[in-house]
Design a protein around this ligand. Structure first.
Ligand code: SAH
Length: 215
């Protein structure tokens, strides 16, 4: 995998485009400008890695738009050392953006082939502190809970109860909710039993499916 000056230049332009589209958190913009997105794409699409588009990554799934990745990352309010749970590892691109923001990331993927492939890529790229799990994101990962924040990168038909339970008090869950299209939703845990909810417009994700793809 080669990261050329051309790639770096295109990436800088992508980071500028993201900022023009309304992302304000300079750390998020910097992370988009840092992570070589072409490393996550098959060679057929690598040429287009720095366009603000989604692409197929295998197993019928897609890598999210850079703008969507930035939008969700900004809503999470990641601080250095935060424990962040990600549902839907996919290509691993969003995972590495969270790492660049200083998070300790735990990420779950239900497609075994994607899980294996992404694990290889992230190791090769030297993101060694990430913990990747093959499993069902509806259940979260109780063993490492509670989390400072949880990000769901697939369209959820409803808010999974287990994820709410694994949030710290003061923690943030960023989840696109809906079937055909999704409304980006931020849920904050105010106390043991109280949650607040804010919405941020329509997005389009692949669906959050129950259980592992196969056992
Ligand atoms: N953040 C990823 C997004 C990939 S698309 C990226 O930028 O590449 C969403 C991913 O969520 C898919 O890989 C899909 O297989 C996965 N997914 C869907 N339902 C899931 C579930 N219940 N648990 C874990 N992963 C899930």
């Amino acid at each position: 995998m080669i990261d050329s000056y051309r790639h770096k230049g295109l990436r800088k332009q992508l980071a500028e485009e993201i900022a023009r589209k309304g992302i304000k958190d300079s750390r998020v913009i910097e992370a988009i400008g840092t992570v070589p997105r072409h490393f996550f794409l098959d060679t057929a699409f690598a040429e287009h890695a720095y366009e603000n588009k989604a692409f197929p990554i295998g197993s019928g799934q897609t890598i999210s738009h850079p703008y969507t990745v930035a939008f969700q990352s900004e809503l999470l309010h990641v601080e250095k050392g935060h424990k962040v749970l990600e549902i839907g590892t996919g290509s691993g691109y969003q995972t590495t953006i969270l790492c660049e923001l200083g998070a300790k990331v735990y990420s779950i993927e239900r497609q075994k082939e994607l899980f294996d492939k992404t694990k290889r890529i992230l190791t090769k790229m030297n993101y060694t502190t990430v913990k990747l799990y093959y499993g069902d994101g509806y259940k979260g990962i109780p063993g490492w809970a509670p989390y400072d924040s949880i990000i769901v990168t697939c369209g959820a038909p409803f808010v999974p109860e287990d994820l709410l339970g694994q949030l710290k008090i003061g923690g943030r869950l960023v989840i696109p909710i809906g079937e055909e299209k999704q409304i980006m939703t931020l849920i904050e845990r105010i106390s043991e039993n109280e949650f607040s909810k804010k919405t941020f417009g329509d997005f389009k994700f692949v669906p959050m499916l129950e259980r592992k793809a196969r056992d």
